[in-house]
Every structure is written in structure tokens, then in C-alpha cells.
Write a protein that binds this ligand. Structure first.
Ligand code: GLA
Length: 756
């Protein structure tokens, strides 16, 4: 059992794979304090860790001047009683008072993990995976019960947290702020890593030295958003991809969030994460419970790489419910960048026919198939097929696609409504708005009030009808704008602050229903690209479109950034046409394939207009995908060349769980002149030292330059050329020569297989 309680010492010790997390209950007043988080310690009585805390403890002992709440490391800090650092809970009484003071009351330790009502969360897959501690705390004045939930995944370096707040009083209270977790450290020797970006530039890692003050990552957009991702890590200042300590948090939530790293005035650090308190308030009636979402905490003693692999293992094993658990997901082709709104039935079939000849398995019809939607100004909300455009409807189209041996998939954007739509004309009050205030349009659309049951049911029924009338095996669920003037016509004044959270709960409810009603449906999420890329969405949807930027070179950065916490198998990535529609960049077709194979892999171009030579490359890519995708889907990711730090190359590899096979991808993003040119020796990772690997280049973007001199001491890396047989120790310590390739954006893929 990974959770120990030492009653005499008042200490809880949570042990994950090689992590310990220690909670102490101050003996007399029962404050719940945080004593340690880091590499495993073996003692069960570590009360010495209180150290000088006993002197500053928040107790009114005889002869003590007063409380110094501000110095104590709390497990779940509250507002109003003297802790001025970043807090987790703030409650307002009906009389307008703001103070809360939690003390330990009871606890439970049990095997397994409870689900969180209405919210996605990680789960136990097999009995014995995890154990849970419930710490029940209470504010006696408010009659407020706060249960802190901790689950330890014993085979991973993962502890998850969530919080239940129950009003046991006879008056309502208002929760003004309820975060999901807090961790304290007794020093500030950290850098902080967060993921930032923008539309078409999601998930860029930003590393900032911590000092006294706050580093914040947050969203107030109503979705997790493209500018900040609900991820925050503190890492030792000298931490690298492979060394140093990392403590990371990732919130399993898809709405407004807040993550803060605070270097505080007692020279310590506090990190917190949860629902963003901006425009949040929750009225808790007597007897009601509020559930705060889960925050996943990962510890790594070997840098960012191990942190990422831990997140990937957790999410693949305990969050994602893949509809293709034992096989690769189908290679898809999406018509968006091929036709935009300008498609006809025949054009779609033409694309599908060519795609099927190349082995592509799933045809996805994107935006524009419904209502009066021939451009982005109209039709959202009218989820019935446009028969003028698609005679015979989705039923006929999907049948024709199925006849080609392909599956059929469809795009929807169910949370939105166009002002120019039948739905809006009938129900103008269904769109989110503040009465008397201009309602902002983004992309010609409003957001529907999904906090209202009748609104979501109406939309879901329409979509259900489309899905029931045709063989739809995939859905791309899009969300192309953020919330503004957030208010609901259905909520009273003192509950308006609940809208954003209720909206997210509504989205989860409908995604959950969709999964239940159509269990074999593959759901891919999207929000103008990767604007809602978070673990909450991954619970319903095993893949998320990574970005509206489909340029291969840009995508490498976005994918490597997203891979900080999300598995490659979740990142929707397609080969698109050149010149690229977002950047104008021209890259080899093979390279576009390498970037897309670091994700879910598919195409988004007009294959019917491609040359025979290009179609041959596509056939080869589909073959490579089928042969090797299992490594990407299940394996361990090692980032080698950092595409953010290096102007001239990117490299990553995925190693099978048994370390017997690996797939290395190398991209020469900027060719260099000189004797060696861009040839470089890169140290591989994650292999077995003693095993001998056969390294074979299975694909190259273009002719390899055949100068001999630069190969001296290396090996031939060209496709179809001699393969290398060498030990893991050589490949990892001395490195593998990446041959000089013919110019910018060229790349190659190398397959490694242990032969001895
Ligand atoms: C968003 C998506 C795109 C595409 C369009 C359709 O921008 O990210 O992939 O589906 O909507 O309108």
C-alpha cells in the first residue's frame, strides 16, 4: 500500500514509484501542513521535518505573540486568516464575510480511485494500480467540509489531487475560489516551465527563472486556450531534458484555469493550480457539494524527458479510452485544406477514390455540409444536411465512401450558433450574452449557452439524428471561438459566476453521451487547432487536432511542445499541400510525413491533383505508418534535438517498451555549409547498452549528398545503403551520424532493431 499513516506522528506518507509526498497534521490544532515532496524517503516517522515550523506554527500557545500563518506550508491554503500567499480556497458567507480556516477532522485510505462527478479524471485500469487518501477537513465556523483527495499511482511517479467542498451549514455560502492543489517547497532554486503560444502557434515551452513574486499561467477564455496550457512545472535551475528534478502539474479541465508559481517572502515556493477564480463564483446551498477538477502531479528525477514519459504513460494507461486500443488508428484524409467550403459531392468522391488507392482508410468531411453553410458567415446550429450540396445526404455520401473500402467521418461545431441561422432566429436567447450589452462576434458566430440543459439536448438530438442515419465512424468536434460577455439568461444574479464552469460541465456531459451512444466512434477534438488541448478533453477524445498551422517545420515545434505532457498519439497531425497554406513554406512530401507521423497521421490536401510520383510517396508513408506506428503509439518518447533551441535540426525518437525497437526521426531544418555541412553525430537515448541494434534508414526526404569525407568515423545512413550494426552503448554514448542531407527541410527516419 503506497499510503502510510503514522498516527503517533500525525504523518501521512504517500509513496509513488520513486517519489514520496509527506503531509503532517500539527498535533494540537490539526492544521494540515505539507512537509515534503520529492525523491523517495524510506522512513515512516519524519516528524523532524516540521523543524522550525514548530516555532512559527499557527498556534495560540501560552506566551506566543500570535499566529504566523504566512510561514506555514499548507496542503490546502485558505484565504482570510493570515496566509497572504497564493491560496486555494476563498469562501464568502451570506453576510459577506471572507475567511476560512481548515483543520483536519478525519481520513480514509482505500484501494482504487473515485470518479469525480460530472468531470473527467484519471482512473484505475487494473486493481492495484492506485490507492487513495481522503483527508476530511473542516471550518467549524462555516460548517464547511473540505475533502482533499490524493491518489497515488504506485507504478508511476504520479499523485493526483482533487477537492470536494460540502456545505454542512443551514445557510448558503459562495465559493469565490477553489483550486485543486498546492505544493510547497522550502527553497526557490527553481526555473518555471509553462506552455504558451497563440492560434497556429500552440504549446511553446517557456522557461523563466523563479524569484520572489509570481509566475502565472491562465485562461479566462472559457476554454483552456491557445495562449496558455494548463501545465506548470518547477524544475531545478540546472535541469535539462535528461537531468535534474522536475515537479509538474497538469489540470484535467477544459475551461478557465489558473496555475501560479510563487516565490514567497519566507524564501520558499508555492505552486497552485485549479479553476480560474476570475468571473467565478459558486453558490453552495446547504447539503450541496462542489467538486473541483483533478490536478495531476508528476515528479521526475531525470529532467523533462522523464516527466513527459510519465505523463504519457499515465494518460495512455489511465485517462484515454481509445476506440482502437490494440491497433493503429485509421489514416485519414480531411477535405478542409483541399476544398474549404467549395466542395461538391463529386469532388469529395474524387478525393476519396484517390485516397483509397493510396491505402488511406478514413475520409473526413469538414465544415460546410449542413444548413446554409457555404462560407463561415452562416449556418452553425442548423445540424441538418444541405441536400442541395450533397444530394442523398450524409447517408448516401458515407455509403459511397464505404464502397471504396474507407470509413467515413464528419466535422461538427456543436457549441456555436451563427446569427444567420434558423436556430438563432428561433432562439436568440440561447446564445451567451449580457442583456443590454453588445454581443461580440468572432468568426461570425456566437457561443451557445451550454450551461442550459435544453440547449445542449436540442443540439445533441440534431447531431444524434445525423449520426444514426449514416455510417459515421469518426467525428471532429470543433470549437472556434472563445466566450465573451459571459452570462446566462437561465441563471439568477447570484449564480452568474457559475456560467463558465457549468458550460464546461455541459460540454463534458454531451461528449460523454456521444461516447456512450456511439461507442465505436472515434472522436477527435479541435478548437481552431489546439486551443482546447488538455487532459479533460483527452478523457473523451483520444486525439486532438494539434494546430491550424499544418506547416511541417512549424509543426515539429508545436508537437514537441505539446509532447511535454501529451502523448504523440494524441496530437492530430496531417500532411498538407505546398506551398503551405499558413506559411507559404515548401517542404518535401516525405518531411511532411515525418512531422505528421509524430502525431496521429493523416492527410489534408487534394490528393486527386497530385502526381503519380507523389502518390507513390504517400503509399510508402502509409506503409511505414502501419509497420511502425505501434512504436509511436505505445513507446517512450525521447526528444533529442530541441527544435526551439536549434535553428538547424530537430530530432526525436520513440523506443518500444521492451527497448528492442526504436524509430528515430531527424529533420535538417536549416542546411549548413562547410566541410561537414549539416552532418552531425547525435546521441540516441533510451536503448539497451549491451544490445546490438541494426540501424536502417527507412525513408529519406531527398538525395543524400554522397561526399565520403564527412562519413569518416560514421556510417552510411542513406536509404537502401548499408545498414549499421552497433551496440546501444555506442549509439547512446558516441552517437549516430546523421548524414548531410540535400538542403533545408530534408529529413529521414531510421529504424532500430535489437538483433543480439
Ligand atoms: C477550424 C479548424 C479547422 C477547420 C475549420 C473549419 O479552424 O481548426 O481544421 O475544421 O475550423 O471551419
Amino acid at each position: 500500500m503506497g499510503i502510510l499513516y503514522n498516527e503517533q506522528a500525525g504523518i501521512f506518507k504517500l509513496d509513488a514509484l520513486d517519489t514520496s509526498y509527506v503531509i503532517g497534521i500539527f498535533d494540537d490544532e490539526r492544521f494540515v501542513s505539507h512537509l515534503y515532496y520529492g525523491k523517495k524517503i524510506i522512513d515512516s516517522d519524519v516528524r523532524y521535518l516540521y523543524g522550525p515550523l514548530y516555532q512559527v506554527r499557527p498556534s495560540v500557545l501560552p506566551g506566543q505573540a500570535g499566529r504566523i500563518m504566512d510561514a506555514v506550508p499548507f496542503e490546502y491554503p485558505t484565504f482570510g486568516c493570515g496566509d497572504y500567499r497564493e491560496h486555494c480556497l476563498e469562501v464568502e458567507t451570506v453576510d459577506g464575510y471572507h475567511a476560512c480556516d481548515l483543520r483536519y477532522e478525519a481520513h480514509k485510505i482505500y484501494p482504487g480511485k473515485p470518479a469525480l462527478e460530472g468531470l473527467p479524471s484519471t482512473f484505475e485500469r487494473e486493481a492495484g494500480d492506485c490507492n487513495t487518501l481522503e483527508l476530511v477537513c473542516r471550518d467549524k465556523v462555516l460548517n464547511l467540509g473540505v475533502t482533499l483527495l490524493y491518489t497515488v499511482f504506485e507504478q508511476l511517479n504520479v499523485i493526483t489531487r482533487a477537492v470536494l467542498v460540502t456545505n454542512e451549514d443551514s445557510n448558503a455560502v459562495y465559493i469565490k475560489r477553489v483550486l485543486s492543489g498546492c505544493v510547497e517547497f522550502d527553497h526557490q532554486n527553481f526555473d518555471v516551465m509553462t506552455l504558451h503560444g497563440s492560434w497556429e502557434r500552440e504549446c511553446g515551452p517557456v522557461r523563466t527563472p523563479l524569484r520572489q513574486g509570481k509566475i502565472v499561467t491562465e485562461s479566462t477564455r472559457g476554454e483552456s486556450g491557445p495562449t496558455d496550457n494548463p501545465f506548470l512545472a518547477v524544475l531545478s535551475c540546472d535541469a535539462t531534458e535528461d537531468t535534474g528534478e522536475v515537479f509538474a502539474m497538469n489540470l484535467v479541465y477544459s475551461g478557465n484555469f489558473l496555475g501560479v508559481a510563487q516565490g514567497h517572502h519566507f524564501r520558499g515556493t508555492r505552486i497552485v493550480m485549479g479553476i480560474n477564480p476570475v468571473n467565478f463564483s459558486w453558490k453552495l446551498e446547504p447539503g450541496d457539494t462542489f467538486t473541483a477538477p483533478e490536478v495531476v502531479m508528476v515528479y521526475s528525477d531525470r529532467g523533462l524527458g522523464k516527466m513527459s514519459r510519465t505523463f504519457h504513460d499515465l494518460y495512455r494507461g489511465h485517462l484515454i479510452r481509445d476506440v482502437y486500443p490494440d491497433t493503429s488508428r485509421p489514416v485519414l484524409i480531411n477535405n478542409w485544406e483541399a476544398t474549404y467550403f467549395g466542395f461538391t459531392f463529386d469532388r469529395l468522391i474524387e478525393i476519396a477514390e484517390e485516397a483509397s488507392k493510396c491505402g488511406i482508410e478514413l475520409f473526413v468531411l469538414d465544415d460546410g455540409w449542413f444548413g446554409d453553410r457555404n462560407d463561415e458567415t452562416k449556418g452553425l446550429g442548423d445540424w441538418f444536411v444541405n441536400e442541395e450540396k450533397l444530394p442523398g445526404g450524409i447517408a448516401r455520401l458515407s455509403k459511397e465512401i464505404n464502397k471504396l473500402g474507407m470509413k467515413f467521418g464528419l466535422w461538427i461545431e456543436p457549441e456555436m450558433v451563427s446569427p444567420d441561422s434558423e436556430l438563432f432566429r428561433e432562439h436568440p436567447d440561447w446564445a451567451i450574452q449580457i442583456p443590454g450589452r453588445h454581443r461580440s462576434l468572432f468568426r461570425h458566430q456566437y457561443v451557445l449557452d451550454w450551461s442550459r440543459r435544453e440547449v445542449r439536448s436540442h443540439i445533441y438530438d440534431m447531431i444524434h439524428q445525423v449520426l444514426s442515419g449514416a455510417n459515421v465512424e469518426y467525428i471532429k468536434w470543433d470549437m472556434n471561438r472563445t466566450l465573451t460577455e459571459a452570462a446566462s439568461a437561465a441563471l439568477p444574479a447570484d449564480r452568474q459566476g457559475e456560467l463558465c464552469h457549468r458550460y464546461v460541465l455541459g460540454v463534458y456531459e454531451i461528449m460523454g453521451r456521444l461516447r456512450e451512444d456511439f461507442p465505436s466512434l472515434l472522436l477527435e477534438n479541435c478548437s481552431a487547432g489546439g486551443s482546447r488541448f488538455d487532459p479533460g478533453v483527452l478523457y473523451y477524445s483520444p486525439q486532438i487536432w494539434g494546430s491550424d498551422d499544418s506547416d511541417a517545420i512549424e509543426r515539429i515545434q508545436i508537437e514537441m511542445g505539446a509532447s511535454m505532457c501529451y502523448p504523440l498519439s494524441t496530437i492530430g497531425a496531417h500532411v498538407s499541400a505546398v506551398p503551405n497554406h499558413q506559411t507559404g513554406r515548401i517542404t518535401p512530401l516525405e518531411t511532411r510525413g515525418y512531422a505528421a507521423m509524430a502525431g496521429t497521421f493523416g492527410y489534408e490536401l487534394n490528393i486527386a491533383q497530385m502526381s503519380e510520383a507523389e502518390k507513390a510517396v504517400i503509399r510508402e508513408q502509409v506503409d511505414i505508418y502501419h509497420k511502425y506506428n505501434w512504436i509511436v503509439k505505445e513507446g517512450d518518447l525521447y526528444r533529442i534535438g530541441d527544435p526551439f533551441a536549434n535553428r538547424d535540426h530537430a530530432c526525436w525518437m520513440v523506443v518500444s517498451r521492451d527497448k528492442k525497437e526504436a524509430l528515430v526521426t531527424y529533420i535538417q531544418t536549416h542546411a549548413l555549409p562547410g566541410y561537414f555541412g549539416s552532418a552531425r553525430k547525435l546521441r540516441l537515448k533510451g536503448l539497451m547498452d549491451e544490445a546490438v541494434y541494426r540501424a536502417e534508414v527507412i525513408s529519406v526526404s531527398s538525395e543524400v549528398v554522397n561526399g565520403d569525407a564527412h562519413l569518416e568515423g560514421g556510417q552510411n545512413a542513406g536509404k537502401g545503403r548499408e545498414v549499421l550494426e552497433v551496440s546501444g552503448s555506442a549509439l547512446m554514448n558516441a552517437g549516430y551520424w546523421m548524414e548531410r542531407l540535400g538542403g533545408d527541410y530534408m529529413g529521414m527516419m531510421i529504424h532500430l532493431k535489437a538483433i543480439v
